[in-house]
Write a protein that binds this ligand. Sequence first.
Ligand SMILES: [Fe+2]
Length: 500
Amino acid sequence: MNDEEIVKFFEKEEVLLSPEAVEFLKGKGDDSLLKKILEKRGQEVFISKEFIEELIEEEKKIPLPAVEVKRASDFKPIAKEYSADLKLMEDCDVSGRCNCGGSVEDFVNLFRDRLKRTRRMLEMRVGATGMSNMTELGGFAKGREVRIIGMVTSKIVTKNGHILIELESEEGVAKVLALKSEREPERSCFEKANSLLLDEVIAVDGRASEPFVMATDVIWPDLPIRNVRVIDRDLCIAFLSDLHIGSRFFLQEHFQKMLGWLNGEAGGENGKELVGRIKYLIIAGDLVDGIGIYPEQEKELVMKDIYEQYDMLLKFISSIPDYVEVIISPGNHDAVRRAEPQPSISKELLKANDGRMHLIGNPSFVEIEGFKTLVYHGTSLDSIIAGISGMSYQHPEKPMVELLKRRNLSPIYGENPIVPESRDYMLIEEVPNIVHMGHVHKNGYENYKGTVVINSGTWQDQTDFQIRQGHTPSPCVLPILDLRSGRINVVNFLKREAVG
Ligand SMILES: [Fe+2]
């Protein structure tokens, strides 16, 4: 059809077209598209090119497959015979607790709290005696041994390649110099100083040398060495994160296969034995892809309604066997405030009407069968990977260990938004038996000093952004912790039809 025919077609119906819309429709074949526009315009009397483009996009959409999970009739899970032992610990949900107004004073209070409580953890490690007061350092004889605690407020490499840091505490500021050297112990002290992050709280051993403290060691609060905890009950925890429901990259078919497996389908005898012991399932955020999270996200969404996204999640959760306790925390794609600590997802969005579904904040501590379990989405992992040499997205367990060493889930201020509460909820004061994160879409596991470290990967395929970044995710790999042995079993739902 030419311009005139198109305009006449719409004039008959008292509808006007923008010149761009006329141009766009020219040469688009028969009048079926024009009829479709009239049908879909509603009360609209003016049609723009954008309206037509959106309509064409909508028409192209392939209907989503229905949520369908198979269940085996002969499935007799042992976990059903156990009652749940689950405690949501204090501080696990921050909703309604925030009293901050975002003033300078609020931030000062946050950092004071960080300094005070990390100092306590450091003193537990190295002892409270023998600490030097920063204000007295200037009067110390050259070479006198000192030990100071403070927050790293600046870190620079001098022109000779040494590292100069400024440590600040409520008493004052100290300049600490870590010399570049090939000799031990200076070399390892330099290495530690090199991996320091801004705003973290550390102890430094050194020698007075006005105006500097010459560092001999850098000490983090770290975790004590313990054995991996085990129990006598024949139960397991399964770990999920980063489902991204609503994204066109969400691997629904494989996710449903996993849910079918949880219901005793296609497991083989070994698989059934393992799956039947799963009593708990934790999801560490990015449950849905969300709306407006990054520029032009709408092009990658198959569900553009946040309620629809959570409704689909709810359908999946209701297909998880009813004896499994499901613990859910949010991530940076979920519909809660972006700044951490994040409150739990509201019950309006995720209509939690059964008692086995537990909505918790991010981060949160939960106690499962006596295992102190720290659940955190892992947003700060980006800044740790960028800030410490030797870290990469391919091994998320390494930056997770760095966070544990620092006993702080978000050491660098300003890299990911933090709400200035008067208490620093990102500190890891309790020593966890299990630490579970996601966010980087890559599985990783570690036993760090007796703490089981798990990154549970993703259920989203590689996105265009990840292709551009050269990041290869590990989708559809489900880690399961055997609480009896302390071992992690991994089931890959991308590669295998039957699992075991
Ligand atoms: Fe994610």
